[in-house]
Write a protein that binds this ligand. Structure first.
Ligand code: PMM
Length: 281
């Protein structure tokens, strides 16, 4: 398979010689996994700096919860929540903006974000492709069917990995036609987004197939519901389960792990990288 092109950002050169860790900074009152603990922007900034200190390569700032059934948040409200946080954190770390909305992406890029992380892969607001094309940011396209408020109604597949790859491939091509450089596009199979626990496990087992798209792969398993279903544990007690999923994902070909507990997951990522180096020539 062709080697992945590196993605060079202002403060980070992702050359894929190792895996990268993206720390989650939710500025929402209702994210399922950190329960709105960082809703005030000052708290979110302190939290983001802590994740950076713990070794995060990227801080993923989001102002809209995408948990199943979550209500949409207007672009204006998202901008009000995330902008001070993006501005403060981008001064010393690579920041991605977690949004499905073009207006929010544009405002966050103005404030210093260098990656747009869209869990809908541009399906909710295709204007996001033009914003990414004009600004030369990196773009993470996630796989989602429907919208966060109704996505679980669409969790039906004959062959989940094949369908995820086909649907992500369509979005990659739309992005390229809109002017986003192919080498700046990353893909994410969207664990939990229109998927049940069995779908998520099959995706993790077959993650290597996603590499056929020629893009770096992002994985977001951290504290998700399916890990609770597998272990019986509450979201605050899923770090071991998260580590297991991250190691499996990295050994199968993931390049970036999106996590809440950077310090803990960094250990798992480093071990997975060493094992991957050991078995891959
Ligand atoms: N999951 C959530 C939010 N953003 N972004 C990417 N790229 N991949 C994911 O799996 C993902 C994401 C939802 O989780 P949270 O509420 O714990 O942030």
């Amino acid at each position: 398979m062709k080697a992945l092109a590196s993605i060079e950002l202002r403060q980070l050169n992702m050359d894929w010689s190792r895996s990268y860790v993206m720390g989650v900074v939710n500025v929402t009152p209702d994210s399922f996994s950190d329960g709105g603990r960082f809703f005030r922007s000052d708290d979110a900034i302190v939290h983001g700096r802590g994740l950076r200190g713990a070794g995060a390569d990227i801080l993923d700032v989001g102002g809209e919860s995408t948990r199943p059934g979550a209500a949409a948040v207007s672009a204006e409200q998202q901008i009000e929540r995330v902008l001070p946080v993006v501005r403060a954190l981008a001064a010393s770390c690579t920041v991605s903006i977690d949004t499905c909305k073009a207006k929010v992406a544009a405002a966050a890029i103005d404030a210093g974000a260098e990656i747009v992380n869209d869990v809908s892969g541009g399906r909710i607001d295709p204007g996001l492709f033009e914003v990414a094309a004009k600004t030369d940011v990196a773009l993470i396209l996630g796989h989602l069917r429907g919208r966060p408020e109704n996505m679980q109604e669409f969790a039906a597949y004959k062959n989940v990995m094949q369908e995820v790859i086909a649907e992500l491939s369509e979005q990659v091509e739309v992005a390229v036609r809109a002017g986003v450089p192919r080498e700046k596009i990353l893909v994410d199979p969207g664990l939990g987004f229109a998927k049940n626990a069995a779908h998520n496990c099959e995706i993790l087992a077959r993650l290597g197939e996603l590499r056929s798209l020629g893009c770096a792969v992002v994985i977001g398993a951290s504290r998700k519901t399916f890990l609770g279903q597998l272990t019986g544990r509450a979201s605050s007690d899923r770090e071991v389960a998260t580590a297991a999923a991250n190691v499996a994902a990295i050994l199968a070909g993931a390049n970036i792990a999106r996590v809440h507990d950077v310090a803990g997951q960094l250990d798992a990522v480093r071990v997975a990288d060493a094992i991957a180096d050991g078995v891959m020539p």
